[in-house]
Design a binder for this molecule. Structure first.
Ligand code: AHG
Ligand code: MN
Ligand code: MN
Length: 340
């Protein structure tokens, strides 16, 4: 039956099923997993919306594996995503920012799961108390250990170009889920009226050339010379290249990345004197956004190597991140090369 005019909503679940039908060989396992991610996102969204009302702000009295304070909402998001992913039965283990070790699932169904799941359950959590957008970042790999056995850390130490899917949820003025399975990038906005993620941004493409640069300039004195020179370049007057550019920095990777993805721009978190390897984590922050950026026509690098080719040696490894519009990433790379 043809839908009547004005009723063209495609929900996340419909979209997932439609995509699966285009691949008759697909077994539906990834579809099930994506569905469960959507469910967890809705639960976490509900909690975040109420954050100012109930006692879920503040510290949970622990520090996470990065030595940072764990907010109660970090714990909530972590627990709910782990539960939802386990319920999918498709994942044998999870690596999370909030867990030092991998979380392995030992029930029969999960041990047979084809996938491992990486996540930053709540990104930008220091922003939650001032009502600024936060997010969840996720990434999915096919396991490398034999099915039926307990998952290993080595299942997670794959280069980013092995990702089967990656995405994020942004809990903002509206809540969105954006993801890729390596076939372009699609965005879904949560309609609170019906409680469904609805396709709102099909086939996202990021502009080749943007006008926004996003970096914590408070750390300027600690930046490598190439980054300092690039910032100067962004601030110079040149009508041909529409400079000076605009500076925007929220302090939530998901939010900064999302804005730049849609509008064109570059996000930089370089190495600094106090963080010689950078701050952001390769496996559950940098690789997922790098995969999405590339799938939208953008680029991502650690300054010298394409992000998706960086070989991980640790679950919580940090790496410098330069991600966004292709020409802007090329430009900063040229500065880094010129001023090593
Ligand atoms: P998280 O809340 O998961 O620890 O991540 C915070 C990250 C990231 O979201 C953001 O881009 C960056 O930290 C901001 O760091 P600075 O405050 O050092 O700029
Ligand atoms: Mn984060
Ligand atoms: Mn986090």
């Amino acid at each position: 039956m043809k839908a009547s005019a004005g009723y063209q909503i495609v929900t996340l679940n419909e979209f997932i099923i439609n995509r699966q039908e285009e691949h008759p060989e697909a077994r539906g396992d990834l579809s099930r997993l994506l569905h469960h991610i959507g469910v967890a996102a809705k639960i976490v969204n509900k909690k975040i919306n109420k954050a100012g009302l109930v006692d879920i702000l503040g510290e949970a009295g622990e520090v996470n594996v990065q030595g940072e304070d764990v907010k109660k909402l970090d714990v909530f998001a972590n627990d709910h995503f782990i539960a939802a992913i386990q319920a999918s039965g498709e994942v044998c283990a999870i690596a999370s920012e909030e867990n030092q070790e991998i979380v392995t699932f030992d029930d029969g169904l999960s041990r047979d799961g084809h996938y491992v799941f990486c996540m930053d359950p709540l990104d930008g959590s220091s922003n939650i108390e001032v009502n600024v957008s936060v997010g969840t970042i996720f990434s999915i790999y096919r396991r490398t250990s034999p099915e039926g056995e307990r998952a290993q850390v080595s299942d997670f130490l794959q280069t980013g170009d092995h990702q089967v899917a990656a995405g994020y949820v942004i809990y903002g003025s509206s809540t969105m889920m954006v993801y890729t399975t390596g076939n372009g990038v699609d965005g879904f906005t949560l309609d609170p009226g019906i409680g469904e993620f609805c396709l709102s941004h099909p086939g996202i493409r990021t502009p080749d050339e943007g006008r926004i640069y996003s970096i914590n300039e408070g750390n300027y004195v600690h930046f490598p010379m190439g980054v300092k020179q690039y910032i100067k370049y962004c601030q110079e007057i040149d009508p041909d290249t529409h400079r000076p550019y605009t500076s925007r920095y929220i302090g939530s990777l998901v939010s900064d990345f999302h804005r730049n993805l849609l509008m064109g721009g570059i996000f930089i978190y370089p190495q600094t004197q106090s963080a010689p390897k950078g701050k952001l984590r390769l496996i559950y922050e940098c690789n997922p956004v790098a995969f999405i950026a590339e799938q939208a026509g953008g680029a991502a690098t650690n300054g010298s190597t394409r992000m998706l080719e960086v070989i991980p040696d640790d679950l919580h490894q940090r790496v410098p991140l330069y991600v966004g519009s292709r020409k802007m990433v090329d430009k900063v790379k040229a500065f880094l090369h010129q001023y090593p």
